[in-house]
Design a binder for this molecule. Sequence first.
Ligand SMILES: [Zn+2]
Length: 337
Amino acid sequence: MNVYLHKVRVFFVAALVFSSVAMCSPTEDIWISGKPKVITTISPLTSITENIGGNRIVLLGIVPEGVNSHNYHPVPSVIKHVESADLIILNGLFLEDPVMRIIETTSNENRKMLSLGDRAVSKEDWIFDSSFPKTKGVPNPHLWPDPLMALKYADLIRNELVELDPSGAAYYNENFVKLSGRIEDLDRRIVDAVESVPQENRRLFTYHDSWPYFARRYGLDILGAIQPSDLTEPSAREIVELIELIKQEEVPAVFGSKIFPSPVIEQIAKESGATFVDGLSDDDLPGIPGDDEHSYLGLMVNNLTIMVDALGGDSSFLELVDVSSVFAGNSKAEYLQ
Ligand SMILES: [Zn+2]
């Protein structure tokens, strides 16, 4: 390669790396406020924690929205926050393995860890599928799209915050009660919305395989996922097989994923005759931090609206879910973008 071109290329790569690190730097003054310091990984967990901790904690979600959480490596600027945190909350079930490896390189004897998925279900409840095959021993980690699992997460987070900051117990309990009421309301409305979908359409075929626990809760069938288990694109042979499967099963819609834009999914939908519907998300919250809908509840309402509409049901059941924060005032939560 021409030396000049090479230098230009190196400069641009360096600039890109530098700007992404700078963009992801958390705010310093928030972290040294004297309040309990909590680190979370993906945004749905940050949102649930924010709703319970409210303005009594400082909170930093270290997996930026819009990245692939399954293989994300934290940026260097968050490592000192990881080190000095009082509590680290993860999904677990092997979702955040690279994050775990970073955590293990930092030491802090007083820091506590809460691995929600590992505490919320026992191994008997694990779901294995084509994306997370039993032979690899790693279960599908996407528990939170099932609101009853999210409720368990909220309960575990409440208990941990009460232990960390006993004088805030009444506040955390009050927020938990409000949030659990909202999640139970969401659950009832999802039941109604799914019941409005014609029986023969209660089937999901998605790009990214995030919905098995949700599907088990609401009686939908998972027909498959396009993304192979190593999170690459399907091979030419797999694409042909997928098209055949979609035709044979008369799949009503193929759902794309916000985090994994795929050039093949539209082609698969087109050649198989299924409708292509984009925009499902397992961890990228709608809107921007500070918006009401930028929350776990907002994420689920958005997903369900897309899903139920595409499957021929009535998504208006979801319209009245209150997706805003349960606590008054501003929180000290930061979602890396
Ligand atoms: Zn995922």
